[in-house]
Design a protein around this ligand. Structure first.
Ligand SMILES: [Zn+2]
Length: 271
C-alpha cells in the first residue's frame, strides 16, 4: 500500500507526501492515534515514500526497495517492538547500536518504534540521547496511542502527527454528527439541545475521542473554506475552538469524566 491509497487523514497524507518528496525531513516523528488505528501501516507507507527512488513522495510498489519494505526485510529499516508490556532500556540500547551502523542501501537508517508510549522512563531517557544527536540521515518514527506517556523532552524533539481513524462507515457517521454539532455551536443553539446531542454521540471514551477528532477537522476545514456561514465567525474563534478541543482530549486521556469534559468544551466554545 502507498500513501495515496489511504482513505481519510487527507491533510496528514498530503503533508507526509510533501515531506518525503521534498526531502525536508525532520529526524523524528510521532504518529499518535487510537489503538484501533493502523499506525504501522501509515509508517510503512511514509517510509516507502521516503526511500523509493522511482516515485519519491509516494512509492512505486515495483522497485526492489518497495518490495523489500512490503516483505519487511529492508536492511535499513529497524523495527522495535514491545514485549507485550513495555519497551525496556536494553531494547533501545540495541536499537542505538543498529542506528550507529552505516545504512546498507542508501543514506538513511529508519527506526520504527511500535508502542513507543510503553517505553520505560529509562528507555525514554536513553532514546533521548539519539533524538538529541541522531546519526546522520537517521529518521525515528514513534507510534503511540497516547503521547501523554512520553516525557516532555521527547515530545519537544519530535514532530507530532495525530492520526485519525481511517475512513469506515462508523467513522463516517461520527463525522456527520460532528459537523452537525459544530453547526449548532456556530448558530449558538441553546445549551440543552447541544447537551442532548452530545449525550447521543459521545457515550464512551472511544466515541468521544473520535468525535473530538472529527470536530477538530470540521473546524479546520471551516478555517480554509469560504462559505456564506463564514461571516459568523473569525479565524480566532476557530483557533480557540481547536485549542479547546485539544484540551478536552487531554482531559479525557487523563481520565476525567466524559460528560463533564464534553459539556465543559461546548460551554467554552459557545461562550
Ligand atoms: Zn519503489
Amino acid at each position: 500500500m502507498i500513501l495515496k491509497e489511504i482513505d481519510g487523514n487527507d491533510r496528514l497524507i498530503e503533508r507526509l507526501k510533501y515531506l518525503a518528496a521534498s526531502e525536508k525531513l525532520f529526524h523524528a516523528y510521532i504518529f499518535e492515534g487510537d489503538s484501533c488505528v493502523d499506525k504501522s501501516l501509515l509508517a510503512e507507507c511514509f517510509v516507502k515514500a521516503i526511500l523509493c527512488q522511482e516515485d519519491k513522495g509516494d512509492g512505486c510498489e515495483e522497485c526492489t526497495i518497495c518490495h523489500k519494505i512490503n516483505h519487511g526485510n529492508h536492511e535499513d529499516i529497524i523495527s522495535l517492538e514491545w514485549d507485550g508490556k513495555s519497551i525496556k532500556d536494553e531494547a533501545v540500547e540495541e536499537l542505538q547500536v543498529k542506528l550507529s551502523k552505516k545504512p546498507f542501501f542508501g543514506n538513511r537508517n529508519i527506526a520504527i518504534i511500535n508502542h513507543a508510549d510503553t517505553m520505560t522512563i529509562r528507555a525514554q531517557n536513553r532514546l533521548l540521547k539519539t533524538l538529541e544527536e541522531p546519526p546522520q540521515g537517521t529518521i525515528i518514527i514513534l507510534l503511540c496511542d497516547n503521547i501523554e506517556n512520553l516525557v516532555p523532552t521527547i515530545l519537544s524533539r519530535c514532530v507530532v502527527f495525530r492520526v485519525n481513524p481511517f475512513e469506515t462507515v462508523e467513522y463516517g457517521e461520527i463525522k456527520e454528527q460532528a459537523q452537525l454539532l459544530v453547526k449548532m455551536l456556530l448558530n449558538k443553539e441553546p445549551f440543552y439541545s447541544l447537551k442532548g446531542k452530545l449525550a447521543e454521540i459521545a457515550g464512551d471514551k472511544d466515541s468521544a475521542m473520535k468525535l473530538l477528532d472529527s470536530m477538530e477537522l470540521t473546524y479546520r476545514d471551516l478555517s480554509i473554506i469560504n462559505t456564506k456561514e463564514s461571516r459568523n465567525y473569525t479565524k480566532d474563534y476557530i483557533y480557540r475552538a481547536v485549542e479547546l478541543i485539544e484540551e478536552a482530549r487531554r482531559d479525557l486521556q487523563r481520565g476525567i469524566n466524559i460528560g463533564y469534559a464534553m459539556k465543559n468544551l461546548i460551554i467554552k466554545i459557545g461562550g
